[in-house]
Design a protein around this ligand. Structure first.
Ligand SMILES: CC(C)(COP(=O)(O)OP(=O)(O)OC[C@H]1O[C@@H](n2cnc3c(N)ncnc32)[C@H](O)[C@@H]1OP(=O)(O)O)[C@@H](O)C(=O)NCCC(=O)NCCS
Length: 169
């Protein structure tokens, strides 16, 4: 994370900042403002933003219904100026931690086949490819890669890492 940056829950007042990052990040298939507003205020979502010098520079969202065994990483994006500094990973981990708290066992996501940066992030957190939806992203006609994470295995690995980091040598 960039020094001074912090992750906090998203609030409706963040909508403009989020939409500006959304439109710049996904020029051909951005969500509409109405859809994003619903996501931010909906009962089953968990949206967070990363703020730097009081400016929202990224956001991410999880959807998990009460008592459901599975959930979805809905979206994650950073302003271009804030990428490549570990903040995408921090946002993703925040969502997975929340999924673990909600006792979600499996997390799913879709990622464009032409987005190796996001795929690299997801794979490095333990997501694996389970399928492809041909030409899912329109109007570009790009395939969606479907990925899955075993949340309990992820949580156990994180706990083991934390223990190792705290152990005396
Ligand atoms: C995808 C995204 C959220 C990643 O966030 P980020 O802050 O840039 O990434 P991080 O610095 O946390 O890096 C996490 C991992 O992403 C991958 N990554 C990041 N930048 C990369 C680059 N320039 N080239 C290749 N891989 C890269 C690496 O696997 C990296 O792990 P490493 O640092 O251990 O090598 C961000 O780049 C983004 O907003 N992209 C545009 C929107 C988007 O594509 N969202 C995902 C939709 S599914």
């Amino acid at each position: 994370m960039t020094p001074g940056a912090r992750i906090r829950p998203a609030v409706p007042a963040d909508l403009d900042a989020i939409m500006s990052i959304e439109r710049a990040s996904f020029p051909t298939d951005a969500w509409s403002e109405a859809m994003m507003a619903d996501e931010l205020t909906g009962p089953y979502g968990f949206y967070v933003v990363v703020e730097q010098a009081e400016r929202v520079v990224g956001y991410a969202g999880l959807r998990a219904l009460p008592h459901a065994a599975d959930g979805d990483i809905q979206t994650i994006a950073l302003d271009a100026s804030a990428r490549g500094r570990g903040q995408g990973r921090a946002l993703l981990r925040h969502l997975i931690e929340e999924a673990a708290r909600r006792r979600v066992r499996e997390l799913f996501l879709e990622v464009r086949a032409d987005n190796p940066v996001a795929q690299g992030l997801y794979a490095s957190e333990g997501f694996s490819e389970i399928g492809v939806r041909p030409r899912y992203y329109q109007p570009d006609g790009v395939d969606a890669i479907i990925m899955r994470l075993d949340v309990r295995a992820w949580d156990a690995a994180r706990t083991a890492d934390a223990r190792e980091a705290g152990a005396c040598t």
